[in-house]
Design a binder for this molecule. Structure first.
Ligand code: ATP
Ligand code: MG
Length: 240
Protein backbone atom coordinates (compact mmCIF):
# COMPACT_ATOMS: atom_id res chain seq x y z
CA UNK A 1 0.00 0.00 0.00
CA UNK A 2 1.28 3.45 -0.83
CA UNK A 3 2.61 5.76 1.81
CA UNK A 4 1.45 9.35 1.45
CA UNK A 5 4.13 11.88 2.26
CA UNK A 6 3.89 15.26 3.91
CA UNK A 7 2.05 17.69 1.66
CA UNK A 8 2.41 20.96 3.46
CA UNK A 9 -0.50 23.28 4.04
CA UNK A 10 -1.75 23.90 0.53
CA UNK A 11 -5.44 23.86 -0.06
CA UNK A 12 -6.67 20.82 -1.95
CA UNK A 13 -7.36 22.75 -5.18
CA UNK A 14 -3.92 24.46 -5.10
CA UNK A 15 -2.24 21.10 -4.80
CA UNK A 16 -4.23 19.74 -7.72
CA UNK A 17 -3.10 22.65 -9.92
CA UNK A 18 0.47 21.85 -8.95
CA UNK A 19 0.19 18.15 -9.74
CA UNK A 20 -0.21 18.51 -13.51
CA UNK A 21 2.78 20.84 -13.71
CA UNK A 22 5.31 18.62 -11.95
CA UNK A 23 4.14 15.03 -12.44
CA UNK A 24 5.32 12.93 -15.38
CA UNK A 25 2.59 10.52 -14.35
CA UNK A 26 -0.52 10.66 -16.54
CA UNK A 27 -3.88 10.94 -14.83
CA UNK A 28 -7.12 9.90 -16.48
CA UNK A 29 -10.37 10.88 -14.75
CA UNK A 30 -13.33 8.70 -15.67
CA UNK A 31 -16.49 10.63 -14.99
CA UNK A 32 -20.18 10.36 -15.75
CA UNK A 33 -23.09 11.36 -13.58
CA UNK A 34 -25.05 8.50 -15.09
CA UNK A 35 -24.95 5.27 -13.06
CA UNK A 36 -23.87 2.14 -14.90
CA UNK A 37 -22.36 3.99 -17.85
CA UNK A 38 -19.14 1.97 -17.58
CA UNK A 39 -16.80 4.11 -15.43
CA UNK A 40 -15.44 1.23 -13.36
CA UNK A 41 -15.31 -1.08 -16.37
CA UNK A 42 -13.18 1.47 -18.22
CA UNK A 43 -10.97 2.23 -15.21
CA UNK A 44 -10.03 -1.38 -14.42
CA UNK A 45 -9.69 -2.48 -18.05
CA UNK A 46 -7.52 0.48 -19.09
CA UNK A 47 -5.35 0.23 -15.96
CA UNK A 48 -4.86 -3.49 -16.57
CA UNK A 49 -3.97 -2.83 -20.21
CA UNK A 50 -1.38 -0.29 -19.03
CA UNK A 51 0.01 -2.74 -16.47
CA UNK A 52 0.23 -5.48 -19.10
CA UNK A 53 2.23 -3.05 -21.24
CA UNK A 54 4.76 -2.70 -18.38
CA UNK A 55 3.54 0.63 -17.10
CA UNK A 56 3.17 1.06 -13.37
CA UNK A 57 -0.58 1.58 -13.37
CA UNK A 58 -3.06 2.17 -10.58
CA UNK A 59 -6.71 2.92 -9.99
CA UNK A 60 -7.86 5.39 -7.36
CA UNK A 61 -11.41 4.48 -6.41
CA UNK A 62 -13.17 7.69 -5.39
CA UNK A 63 -16.62 6.08 -5.44
CA UNK A 64 -18.06 5.25 -1.98
CA UNK A 65 -19.69 2.20 -3.62
CA UNK A 66 -16.12 0.81 -3.83
CA UNK A 67 -16.73 -1.29 -6.95
CA UNK A 68 -13.17 -0.98 -8.25
CA UNK A 69 -11.79 -1.69 -4.76
CA UNK A 70 -13.86 -4.87 -4.50
CA UNK A 71 -12.59 -5.88 -7.93
CA UNK A 72 -9.02 -5.31 -6.70
CA UNK A 73 -9.73 -7.39 -3.58
CA UNK A 74 -10.94 -10.31 -5.72
CA UNK A 75 -7.97 -10.04 -8.03
CA UNK A 76 -5.03 -12.43 -7.74
CA UNK A 77 -2.53 -10.40 -9.79
CA UNK A 78 -0.62 -7.58 -8.06
CA UNK A 79 -1.11 -5.03 -10.81
CA UNK A 80 -2.75 -2.66 -11.21
CA UNK A 81 -2.79 -1.35 -7.66
CA UNK A 82 -6.26 -0.26 -6.53
CA UNK A 83 -6.51 2.32 -3.77
CA UNK A 84 -9.72 3.54 -2.24
CA UNK A 85 -9.89 7.17 -1.17
CA UNK A 86 -12.00 10.24 -0.59
CA UNK A 87 -11.78 13.35 -2.72
CA UNK A 88 -10.24 15.38 0.08
CA UNK A 89 -7.28 12.97 0.07
CA UNK A 90 -6.86 13.06 -3.71
CA UNK A 91 -3.72 15.25 -3.74
CA UNK A 92 -2.09 13.03 -1.10
CA UNK A 93 -3.00 9.86 -2.98
CA UNK A 94 -1.72 11.25 -6.27
CA UNK A 95 1.53 12.34 -4.67
CA UNK A 96 1.92 8.92 -3.04
CA UNK A 97 1.27 7.23 -6.40
CA UNK A 98 3.91 9.37 -8.06
CA UNK A 99 6.43 8.73 -5.28
CA UNK A 100 5.76 5.01 -5.57
CA UNK A 101 6.61 5.08 -9.27
CA UNK A 102 3.15 5.01 -10.83
CA UNK A 103 3.08 6.38 -14.34
CA UNK A 104 -0.56 5.80 -15.28
CA UNK A 105 -3.39 6.63 -12.88
CA UNK A 106 -7.09 6.04 -13.48
CA UNK A 107 -9.54 7.91 -11.24
CA UNK A 108 -12.82 6.02 -10.93
CA UNK A 109 -15.62 8.26 -9.68
CA UNK A 110 -19.17 8.02 -8.38
CA UNK A 111 -22.19 8.69 -10.60
CA UNK A 112 -22.67 12.35 -9.84
CA UNK A 113 -21.29 15.75 -10.71
CA UNK A 114 -20.22 16.78 -7.23
CA UNK A 115 -17.03 18.15 -5.74
CA UNK A 116 -15.28 14.81 -6.20
CA UNK A 117 -15.92 14.85 -9.94
CA UNK A 118 -14.76 18.44 -10.09
CA UNK A 119 -11.52 17.69 -8.19
CA UNK A 120 -10.90 14.62 -10.35
CA UNK A 121 -11.24 16.83 -13.45
CA UNK A 122 -8.76 19.31 -12.02
CA UNK A 123 -6.22 16.59 -11.28
CA UNK A 124 -6.56 14.91 -14.67
CA UNK A 125 -4.60 15.19 -17.87
CA UNK A 126 -7.65 13.97 -19.71
CA UNK A 127 -11.27 13.19 -18.83
CA UNK A 128 -13.04 10.15 -20.27
CA UNK A 129 -16.83 10.12 -20.21
CA UNK A 130 -18.26 6.64 -20.76
CA UNK A 131 -21.68 6.82 -22.29
CA UNK A 132 -24.17 4.23 -23.43
CA UNK A 133 -25.63 5.19 -26.79
CA UNK A 134 -29.18 5.84 -25.65
CA UNK A 135 -30.76 9.26 -25.82
CA UNK A 136 -30.99 9.47 -22.05
CA UNK A 137 -27.29 8.83 -21.54
CA UNK A 138 -26.35 11.28 -24.25
CA UNK A 139 -28.26 14.03 -22.43
CA UNK A 140 -26.50 13.11 -19.17
CA UNK A 141 -22.99 13.84 -20.43
CA UNK A 142 -23.54 17.60 -20.73
CA UNK A 143 -22.78 18.24 -17.06
CA UNK A 144 -19.54 16.29 -17.21
CA UNK A 145 -18.48 18.20 -20.31
CA UNK A 146 -19.09 21.44 -18.42
CA UNK A 147 -17.01 20.24 -15.45
CA UNK A 148 -14.10 19.38 -17.74
CA UNK A 149 -14.46 22.73 -19.49
CA UNK A 150 -14.40 24.56 -16.15
CA UNK A 151 -11.17 22.72 -15.31
CA UNK A 152 -9.76 23.43 -18.81
CA UNK A 153 -9.17 19.74 -19.40
CA UNK A 154 -9.73 17.83 -22.64
CA UNK A 155 -12.70 15.48 -22.38
CA UNK A 156 -13.65 12.62 -24.67
CA UNK A 157 -16.87 10.66 -24.71
CA UNK A 158 -16.23 6.92 -24.92
CA UNK A 159 -19.27 5.15 -26.29
CA UNK A 160 -19.73 1.96 -24.29
CA UNK A 161 -21.89 -1.14 -24.49
CA UNK A 162 -22.76 -0.34 -28.07
CA UNK A 163 -25.02 -3.01 -29.59
CA UNK A 164 -23.08 -5.02 -32.14
CA UNK A 165 -24.16 -5.01 -35.76
CA UNK A 166 -26.13 -1.79 -35.49
CA UNK A 167 -25.73 1.81 -36.55
CA UNK A 168 -26.54 3.12 -33.07
CA UNK A 169 -22.90 3.71 -32.13
CA UNK A 170 -22.18 5.65 -35.31
CA UNK A 171 -25.38 7.68 -34.94
CA UNK A 172 -24.52 8.52 -31.33
CA UNK A 173 -20.99 9.49 -32.28
CA UNK A 174 -22.19 11.71 -35.14
CA UNK A 175 -24.83 13.33 -32.89
CA UNK A 176 -22.31 14.10 -30.15
CA UNK A 177 -19.78 15.47 -32.61
CA UNK A 178 -22.46 17.70 -34.12
CA UNK A 179 -23.09 19.08 -30.60
CA UNK A 180 -19.41 19.94 -30.25
CA UNK A 181 -18.28 17.02 -28.08
CA UNK A 182 -15.02 15.17 -28.70
CA UNK A 183 -15.73 11.46 -29.17
CA UNK A 184 -13.08 8.75 -28.87
CA UNK A 185 -12.68 7.10 -32.27
CA UNK A 186 -12.94 3.63 -30.71
CA UNK A 187 -16.08 2.26 -29.04
CA UNK A 188 -16.66 -0.66 -26.70
CA UNK A 189 -19.32 -3.08 -27.83
CA UNK A 190 -21.78 -4.72 -25.44
CA UNK A 191 -19.95 -7.99 -24.75
CA UNK A 192 -20.30 -10.60 -22.05
CA UNK A 193 -16.51 -10.72 -21.62
CA UNK A 194 -16.58 -7.21 -20.09
CA UNK A 195 -18.81 -8.52 -17.30
CA UNK A 196 -17.69 -12.12 -16.84
CA UNK A 197 -14.02 -11.44 -16.33
CA UNK A 198 -14.72 -8.75 -13.75
CA UNK A 199 -16.69 -11.13 -11.51
CA UNK A 200 -13.53 -12.86 -10.28
CA UNK A 201 -11.20 -9.88 -10.43
CA UNK A 202 -10.04 -10.23 -14.00
CA UNK A 203 -10.62 -8.17 -17.12
CA UNK A 204 -11.91 -9.09 -20.56
CA UNK A 205 -8.36 -9.25 -21.92
CA UNK A 206 -7.44 -11.77 -19.20
CA UNK A 207 -10.72 -13.70 -19.41
CA UNK A 208 -10.50 -14.07 -23.17
CA UNK A 209 -7.13 -12.76 -24.41
CA UNK A 210 -7.82 -13.30 -28.09
CA UNK A 211 -11.44 -12.14 -27.96
CA UNK A 212 -13.02 -9.07 -29.49
CA UNK A 213 -13.47 -7.32 -26.13
CA UNK A 214 -9.72 -7.63 -25.49
CA UNK A 215 -9.05 -6.17 -28.93
CA UNK A 216 -11.34 -3.22 -28.26
CA UNK A 217 -9.68 -2.39 -24.95
CA UNK A 218 -6.15 -2.61 -26.33
CA UNK A 219 -7.14 -0.35 -29.23
CA UNK A 220 -8.73 2.16 -26.86
CA UNK A 221 -5.71 1.99 -24.54
CA UNK A 222 -3.31 2.73 -27.42
CA UNK A 223 -5.44 5.66 -28.52
CA UNK A 224 -5.42 6.97 -24.93
CA UNK A 225 -1.62 6.73 -24.81
CA UNK A 226 -1.48 8.92 -27.91
CA UNK A 227 -3.84 11.46 -26.35
CA UNK A 228 -1.82 11.85 -23.13
CA UNK A 229 1.59 11.54 -24.81
CA UNK A 230 2.56 8.28 -23.13
CA UNK A 231 4.49 5.50 -24.92
CA UNK A 232 2.22 2.47 -25.31
CA UNK A 233 4.87 0.31 -23.62
CA UNK A 234 6.51 1.19 -20.32
CA UNK A 235 9.80 0.02 -18.84
CA UNK A 236 9.89 -3.46 -17.28
CA UNK A 237 9.86 -3.06 -13.50
CA UNK A 238 13.12 -3.84 -11.74
CA UNK A 239 13.03 -6.42 -8.97
CA UNK A 240 13.36 -4.77 -5.56
N1 ATP B 1 -19.20 -2.91 -22.77
C1 ATP B 1 -19.90 -3.60 -21.89
N2 ATP B 1 -20.50 -4.80 -22.24
C2 ATP B 1 -21.20 -5.50 -21.34
N3 ATP B 1 -21.42 -5.13 -20.08
C3 ATP B 1 -20.87 -3.95 -19.67
C4 ATP B 1 -20.10 -3.13 -20.54
N4 ATP B 1 -19.69 -2.04 -19.85
C5 ATP B 1 -20.18 -2.17 -18.61
N5 ATP B 1 -20.90 -3.31 -18.49
C6 ATP B 1 -21.60 -3.79 -17.31
O1 ATP B 1 -22.53 -2.79 -16.92
C7 ATP B 1 -22.58 -2.68 -15.50
C8 ATP B 1 -22.22 -1.25 -15.08
O2 ATP B 1 -20.87 -1.01 -15.47
P1 ATP B 1 -19.90 -0.19 -14.48
O3 ATP B 1 -19.97 -0.72 -13.10
O4 ATP B 1 -18.57 -0.14 -15.13
O5 ATP B 1 -20.60 1.23 -14.56
P2 ATP B 1 -20.30 2.49 -13.64
O6 ATP B 1 -20.48 3.69 -14.49
O7 ATP B 1 -19.00 2.34 -12.94
O8 ATP B 1 -21.49 2.38 -12.59
P3 ATP B 1 -21.67 3.28 -11.25
O9 ATP B 1 -22.16 4.61 -11.74
O10 ATP B 1 -22.70 2.54 -10.46
O11 ATP B 1 -20.33 3.36 -10.59
C9 ATP B 1 -21.61 -3.73 -14.95
O12 ATP B 1 -22.33 -4.91 -14.65
C10 ATP B 1 -20.67 -3.98 -16.12
O13 ATP B 1 -20.13 -5.30 -16.09
MG1 MG C 1 -18.52 2.42 -10.91
Amino acid sequence: MWQSGHLGRWACSDRLSWINKVCAMKIVAIISQKGGAGKTTLAVHLATAAAAAKHSAAVIDLDPQGTATSWGDRRRADAPEVVSGQAVRLPALIKAASQNGADFLMLDTAPNADQTASLACRAADVVLIPCRPSTFDLEAIETTLLLAKAASKPAYVVLNAVPSRSFIGKEASDGLTARGALVAPHQLTHRAAFTHGVIDGRTAQEFEPTGKAADEIITLYKWLCGIVGMPTRGQPRRAA
